[in-house]
Design a protein around this ligand. Sequence first.
Ligand code: DGJ
Length: 661
Amino acid sequence: EHNSPDVFAQECSFYGSGDFRPNALRLSADGTGVSDFVYKSHRTFRGRLALDGLPAARADENTQTLEVTLVDTVSGCRLKLYYTVFAELDIISRYMVIENGGEHKVRIDKCMPLTLDIPRSDLEMISFYGRHNKELNFQRAPLHHGIQSVGSKRGATSHHYNPFIALCDRKATEEKGEAYGFNFVYSGSFLDEVEGDQTNGTRVLVGLGSECFSYTLGAGESFCSPEAVMTYSANGIGHMSRNFHGFIRNNVMPSVSLEPHPVVLNTWEACYFRINEEILLDFAREAKKTGFDMLVMDDGWFRKRNNDRAGLGDWFENREKFPDGLASFVKKVKAEGIKFGIWVEPEMVNPDSDLYRAHPEWALRVEGREPLLSRHQLVLDMANDEVIDYLINIFDKTFEGVDIDYFKWDMNRPLADIGSYALSAECQGELYHRYVLGMYRLQERLVTEFPHILLENCSGGGARFDAGMLYYSPQIWCSDDTDAIERLSIQEGTALIYPLSAMGAHVSDCPNHTVGRTTPFETRGYVALAGTFGYELDVTKIPEEDRAMIPEQVAMYHKYNDLVREGDYYRIASYSENRYFDCYGVVKKDKTEALYTFVQVLSRPNYHSRRVFFKGLDPEKNYKIEGEETVYTGDVLMNAGYLVQNLWGDFKSRLIHIVEA
Ligand code: DGJ
């Protein structure tokens, strides 16, 4: 019993080998799924190796990688485990490569690149659940014996669960206690599994679960898993978030994410599918008056796309909406002195489209079964190279000579009917993963061929808000719900894992199109400031007093954006938890400046001011609050608190800017 693999801490465990906890690998050449890899050798080196076709963190010479090679004599496979240590960021990234050195085909049925056995189980698990318009709701629960997991079978990371989980001390707070964070640099179906085991230990696994993954490796072939990452904080959950923020911002996201993002005016909530040259040029003319930098033409611009029932797949200009063609329209937009962005949804097709009529076999489907429609659309088979080549070709042609600065890449339904015309019966189980590889190939091509173009990813809001997509795009639209109050919890959830600068956030019109709520324009501006900032409303029709505030808000964005993008994020009070108010801040790394956002969601009787306790300041430094004369020490602001006064009414907010005195 004492020598049982079931009680030891393992770096990688194998199905059928006597370790009865959830295993990292299920693989064999003989159909049993059983393997038993044993240590052969290891080496360490500076930097890291690239992952073929997959996003992975960039690592410079300050990082070190450990490669451990194991062999399984029966299947003839070699397994290489890679650990790259980002010491300054307290992050370790992990992936594995399986090489079939045997003579027979090998089938992999489960592949979890990250295993961590923690010798304790008195922990709580943090994870996120959600749905469309309500992404990333925080949940925290004590670990119990047995398996608890989050995952996705939707082919995308999904609105419903994020691949991030954390395990923390039962009493861990924002500032105190231990917290282990885990994430997956991947954008498809995934599984995060945790078991409280018989030894009162905890096993954590992150990777490709068996339900949505299998892969056949021919003799001499190899398979590289996506990368998983983990971090540790001895100083609470807030520090864990900041570890991930630093790592994702500096090592995962493209380098443009370190630069200011343009302030956009997006047409979606402004006019939905009712777009044409005349309306959009009116918008563009407003740029001079209001100060936004870029017009983004969302869905509805191409061929027969007048609603969501038709046209996806037919990426041709629409001469009824743009009589002189796309290139000429974009020239006119640019003549107003702004940039231009455009929406695409490359992975999808409406049955009512010329593309589908010509190539029904390019949509995911299972022979003999009626495919399931969602938003009236089907999913194109990204595992089929012909489809990818077609898309590259059609986009090149349609956008030739069109001066585009930004693409919004959307994906509006999950994968179902998991069958591919391009794969043999034996390889159908590879479809989920090959789909993601095909999609990454397209994204990679876009960002390398057109490095000046800014890419924003989107998936019906935040269904693909993950580190994999952030590798290609420095921003992701985080929800279709643009209501400022709903956004407080969506953005708080997102910011527990991902940097603020990655969160697509816009000021939209009221009553809000999703929840019908009316909030002050000022509050909408403050909340959007915590993300990429922009507008999504009919700027020619909103009330004049709102419109008049836009130049001021744009100036505010320019004033604070360096701080928001590069500063350290602190959660102070959560409306989702207390149901009254919300407060968060960003503090410059050298602690000479900070910006706190306070939102009084609901007003209460006899409560016209509220004391908040700022975080992240230097207790020894003297600070002044913009607009006030008093000098406070950081110690006072953090421990005696600051009184936010004169808040009369619901949805009122304050921006509190603090600089070293
Ligand atoms: C879903 C996105 O999240 C929206 O912002 C918008 O682009 C629509 N799709 C367009 O169909």
